[in-house]
Design a protein around this ligand. Sequence first.
Ligand SMILES: Cc1cc2nc3c(=O)[nH]c(=O)nc-3n(C[C@H](O)[C@H](O)[C@H](O)COP(=O)(O)OP(=O)(O)OC[C@H]3O[C@@H](n4cnc5c(N)ncnc54)[C@H](O)[C@@H]3O)c2cc1C
Length: 377
Amino acid sequence: MFLSPDHELIRETARDFALQRVAPGVRERDEAEAFPHDLIPELADMGFLGIYHPTEYGGAGYDTLAFCLVIEEIARWDASLALTIASHTSLGSGHIALAGTHEQKERWLTPLAQGKVLAGWGLTEAGSGSDASGMKTTAVRDGAGWVLNGSKMFITQGSVGGVFVILAVTDRSKGAKGVTAFVVEAGTPGFSHGPKFHKLGMNSSDTRELRFEDVRIPDANRLGDLGMGFVDTMKVLDGGRIGIAALGVGLIRGALEESVSYAKQRSQFGSPIGDFQAIRFKMSDMDMWMEAGRALTHRAAQLKDAGRPHTREASIAKLYTSEHATKAALEAIQIHGGYGYTKEYHPERFLRDAKLLEIGEGTSEVQRMVIGKKLMG
Ligand SMILES: Cc1cc2nc3c(=O)[nH]c(=O)nc-3n(C[C@H](O)[C@H](O)[C@H](O)COP(=O)(O)OP(=O)(O)OC[C@H]3O[C@@H](n4cnc5c(N)ncnc54)[C@H](O)[C@@H]3O)c2cc1C
């Protein structure tokens, strides 16, 4: 696919930033499980924390394709940081952009899209993941406001976020139609987070449990109509899955580029290992996965930007790139031999990071359920 000059410029800007600023400390951040606080203002200055949100609300005013280009370039080096950007933009901020009133967007979306504050999005609970409608967190009417009680599990930006969109049950008798979204700001009394999760990968992204104990918020914090939280959540996830797909493309590209570079300089039996057909075939497959994954991802992005249905396309792109990111990382480790099994080289981190893409924002099984439902009606 050919990119417009504007999109080319965004890609080049993101590529330079990733090389100059993101790549150098990526192994240390992974090892230390350290959130890159210093990079957030730089991302904000470039407009990368609100790339497709309207300029009226502090965003850069581009589109989902531009978002995918940025996510791919960052994920090529640091999937944790790409996850931070993607979840902030498409989940927390995305839900406010989708369902917020003008006043709510001015109040919350503007600082989020400007990158002054990071967003979190709380759907998952300890007992409800794939079947999110089984959530237990409640919001109960209390005079002019609401009182929230419950908890949310595995929330990205859990301790570094300032604005959270939280899904809660407002009418248990209505099932999924009794779920409503609310904005809860960090620092609201009764709202706290748990300790850092030590994860397999995505180590420098922040993942926490969120807790709500008699958290009082005004009705002005209700996002969207009463009972529409779950319907809006499905739309938010359609957009979020495009971001995860772009993350997968970046990881496949990382695995491929690291492999090509290593295969050129590593010699065995008197030849660079890249001269062996067995190694070339692995890299050819990775190249094909990258191109196919990028085409699927950009197609889903363009459908979203055109305001056309994209649930199936977002699921297909996410499913394809996430499963192939894991495969590509495994092949990259194989190509690196014993060195690939060490933390001296990138591929082992690519593998640990890629696995999350098959779980977050709907597991691979859930994506197949979404696609299957579209097929069977
Ligand atoms: C690092 C990280 C960051 C995350 N960030 C966020 C966030 O910011 N906000 C948020 O709300 N959530 C977040 N999550 C949660 C994530 O979306 C869930 O973990 C995911 O949706 C799966 O839910 P679960 O973990 O409860 O697994 P479960 O739903 O318990 O699934 C367990 C297994 O059963 C399978 N399964 C379940 N139902 C079916 C079925 N009907 N048919 C076939 N197989 C099925 C699943 O595919 C999976 O293999 C994050 C998770 C992680 C690990």
